[in-house]
Design a protein around this ligand. Structure first.
Ligand code: FAD
Length: 288
C-alpha cells in the first residue's frame, strides 16, 4: 500500500495564545508535505481578515499550497467576490466554497438580500472568474437540513457541475459510512475526488457535542471505549489507535487522500500520519 496524500485543516487564531498554537501546528505538520492545507472562515464570516492573514502567511512562510474557506453568510455577492479577488491578488489559487451556517439564534440559513442564495450560486460565480481550484463540503451522513443522503448526493452533484473539482466530507466515525457515501456518489455520476474528513479525537465529550450539532452518529462501542480509556488515563492512545485504524481501512478500500481536521493541535494528527507511513522528508545533507 502506498502512502496516502494528506492535507490539513487549520482555523485562524483569535488571540496571541491561539497564534502560537497555530504556528506550532504548522511547524509540526508542514514537514509531512501535505498536498494542501486549508484555513476555515469563522461562522457568519467573523474571521474574514484573520483567515486572509493566516492563509497568506502560511503560504509565504511555509511554501504550502493553502486553500481559503469562504462562505456566503451575511455578505453581498460583491463583498464575497471582493474577498475572492483579494485571494487571487495574493496568489491563492484554491478556495473551499461553502454556503455556511445560519448565524447564532437563526434556525435556518437565510441569504443576504444581495448575497448568494446557496453554495451552487457561489461556486458558479467563483468558477466564472477562472482563478481558482474549487473544493466543496460533502456529507456522508445527512446534513441537518437535508431530507436524506440521496438529497445530499443530488446537491453535491449540482455543486460539482457548477465548477467544483473535489469535495471534502464532514467527519464520521466508521469507514463504512464514508464508503457507502462514496458508492452513492459514484452511482449518481459524481467522478470528482471525495476526500474523507478525518477528525483525530482530542476530547471525547467535546467531540460528542460537535457530532450532535453536525448530525454525525456516535457508535455505542466508541462511547464505551472512551469511557474505559478515560478511567485508565489512556484517551490519547485510544484516539491514535482508532483514527489510524479508520484511515487504514479507508486506504485498503482504495482511498488515496486523507484530510485531517487538526483543530490546531498537531500531535494526534502527526502520530496517525507516522503510523500510516507518512513521515517527514529528511534531506541527505541533514543525515550526513
Ligand atoms: P450545502 O452543501 O450547499 O448545503 C448543505 C445541504 O443542505 C446540502 O447537502 C443539501 O442537502 C441541502 N441544501 C442546501 N441548499 C440547497 C438547495 N438550494 N437545494 C437543495 N438542497 C439544498 N462553516 C463555516 O462557517 N466556515 C468554514 O470554514 C467551514 N468549513 C467547512 C469545511 C468542510 C469540509 C465542511 C464539510 C463544512 C464546513 N463548514 C464551515 C460548515 C458548513 O458551512 C455547514 O455545514 C453549512 O451548513 C453547509 O455548507 P455547505 O456549503 O456544505 O452547504
Amino acid at each position: 500500500m502506498t502512502s496516502p496524500r494528506i492535507s490539513f485543516e487549520f482555523f485562524p487564531p483569535q488571540s496571541l495564545d491561539a497564534s502560537f498554537r497555530l504556528w506550532e501546528t504548522v511547524q509540526v505538520l508542514a514537514p509531512l508535505k501535505p498536498s494542501f492545507v486549508s484555513v476555515t472562515y469563522g461562522a457568519g464570516g467573523t474571521t474574514r481578515k484573520l483567515t486572509h492573514e493566516a492563509v497568506t502567511t502560511i503560504g509565504k512562510n511555509y511554501g504550502l499550497n493553502v486553500a481559503a474557506h469562504l462562505t456566503c453568510v451575511d455578505a453581498t455577492r460583491a463583498e464575497t467576490l471582493e474577498i475572492a479577488q483579494s485571494y487571487a491578488d495574493a496568489g491563492v489559487t484554491e478556495i473551499v466554497a461553502l454556503r455556511g451556517d445560519a448565524p447564532k439564534g437563526q434556525a435556518r440559513f437565510t441569504p443576504h438580500p444581495e448575497g448568494f442564495a446557496d453554495s451552487v450560486e457561489l461556486i458558479a460565480a467563483l468558477a466564472e472568474t477562472g482563478r481558482f481550484t474549487l473544493r466543496v463540503g460533502a456529507y456522508p451522513e445527512p446534513h441537518p437540513e437535508a431530507a436524506n443522503t440521496a438529497a445530499d448526493v443530488a446537491w453535491l452533484k449540482c455543486k460539482i457541475d457548477a465548477g467544483a473539482s473535489s469535495a471534502i466530507t464532514q467527519f464520521f466515525f466508521e469507514a463504512e459510512t464514508f464508503l457507502r457515501f462514496r458508492d452513492a456518489c459514484a452511482a449518481a455520476g459524481i467522478n470528482a475526488p471525495i476526500l474523507p474528513g478525518i477528525l483525530p479525537i482530542e476530547n471525547w465529550e467535546g467531540t460528542k457535542r460537535f457530532a450532535a450539532r453536525c448530525g454525525t452518529q456516535v457508535p455505542a462501542w466508541l462511547d464505551e471505549a472512551f469511557t474505559t480509556a478515560k478511567r485508565d488515563g489512556r484517551e490519547a492512545l485510544l484516539s491514535t489507535a482508532i483514527c489510524t485504524e479508520l484511515c487504514d481501512t479507508l486506504l485498503r478500500e482504495g482511498v488515496e487522500d486523507l484530510h485531517f481536521y487538526t483543530l490546531n493541535r498537531p500531535q494526534l494528527t502527526r502520530d496517525v500520519c507516522h503510523a500510516l507511513g507518512v513521515v517527514p522528508e529528511v534531506s541527505l545533507e541533514k543525515v550526513a
